[in-house]
Write a protein that binds this ligand. Structure first.
Ligand SMILES: NC(=O)c1ccc[n+]([C@@H]2O[C@H](COP(=O)([O-])OP(=O)(O)OC[C@H]3O[C@@H](n4cnc5c(N)ncnc54)[C@H](OP(=O)(O)O)[C@@H]3O)[C@@H](O)[C@H]2O)c1
Length: 259
């Protein structure tokens, strides 16, 4: 299927690796010019080069921290009128909420709540004026089911979801379509590196722990960044205009519910 977005411009935040990279690759495959972002400049360049090699699109690099006003300005300066915005950042650290003070909470909500809202604020009205916009927020399955060791994530993702639920319905008439993808376990560094550490602590092999973990997933595997990117690209497509403010759970069936 032709997604009908060839030639469009996309900002893909936190896209030098993992799920963000999966989104950038899938959009580039559809002919979308992409901005690649991450804090590590060498990693950003490596990813951009790989995308340039595989796809005939313009790839712009911005090595910057998307959670800071300066970082977001640099990203927006590189692509002031994006047609597509994928919001993403590293997830917050785990911990018990009792160990977090007021400052920890104020800071901890920035990456996955304040930062995406600021990027959307900077871009959504331009999209509406031009009559086309697609925004996909990478959130988490924690919107559906709390992850007890991630109180900051639970709060930030749910907060963003609530904000988007209202905004998505206000801008849909202008063909600006906003949806969220809720990842369960995917084979990215964020998911796999801690597993390696935990395997060592448990005194079992990494492969054994991965096998135990995937046993819990109805699909009996983790998701791949490629399939995540494919979903993202479809949510950015010309065909998605009647799907408004939805939360697409990609967790291999892990969250059991009838509807
Ligand atoms: N993977 C999963 O199973 C899973 C499940 C649920 C939710 N999530 C959420 O999905 C998001 C992406 O996770 P992932 O698995 O793709 O992580 P990942 O594999 O660790 O990749 C994270 C990417 O984001 C970049 N990044 C991190 N912090 C950044 C910042 N402040 N500014 C700019 N770029 C930044 C990293 O580059 P630099 O480090 O160089 O900046 C890297 O390119 C996270 O919020 C995570 O919590 C993931």
């Amino acid at each position: 299927m032709d997604l009908g977005i060839s030639g469009r411009r996309a900002i893909v935040c936190a896209s030098s690796k993992g799920l963000g990279r999966g989104c950038a690759e899938a959009l580039a495959r559809e002919g979308v010019n992409v901005v690649i972002n991450g804090r590590n400049e060498a990693e950003v360049k490596r990813t951009a080069d790989a995308i340039r090699t595989n796809h005939k699109v313009e790839v712009t690099t911005v090595a910057a921290d998307v959670t800071t006003p300066e970082g977001r300005s640099a990203i927006l300066k590189s692509c002031p009128d994006p047609d597509i915005l994928i919001t993403n950042a590293g997830g917050p650290p785990p911990g018990d909420f009792r160990d977090l003070d007021e400052v920890d909470w104020a800071n901890g909500l920035v990456p996955n709540l304040i930062s995406p809202i600021m990027l959307i604020k900077a871009t959504v009205d331009g999209m509406a004026a031009r009559g086309f916009g697609r925004i996909v927020n990478i959130t988490s399955r924690s919107v559906k089911t709390p992850l007890y060791h991630l109180p900051l994530s639970n709060a930030a993702r749910a907060g963003l979801t609530g904000m988007i639920a209202g905004l998505a319905r206000q801008v849909a008439k202008d063909n600006v379509i906003i949806n969220n993808i809720l990842p369960g376990p995917f084979t990215t560094d964020r998911q796999m590196v801690p597993l390696r550490k935990r395997a060592g602590e448990l005194g079992i092999s990494y492969e054994e722990l991965v096998s135990r973990e995937t046993e819990q997933v109805p699909a009996r595997r983790f998701g791949s960044p490629e399939e995540f990117g494919n979903m993202c690209a479809y949510l950015c497509s010309a065909h998605i205009g009647f799907v408004v403010g939805q939360n697409i759970l990609m967790d291999g069936g892990g969250f059991a519910s009838t509807v």
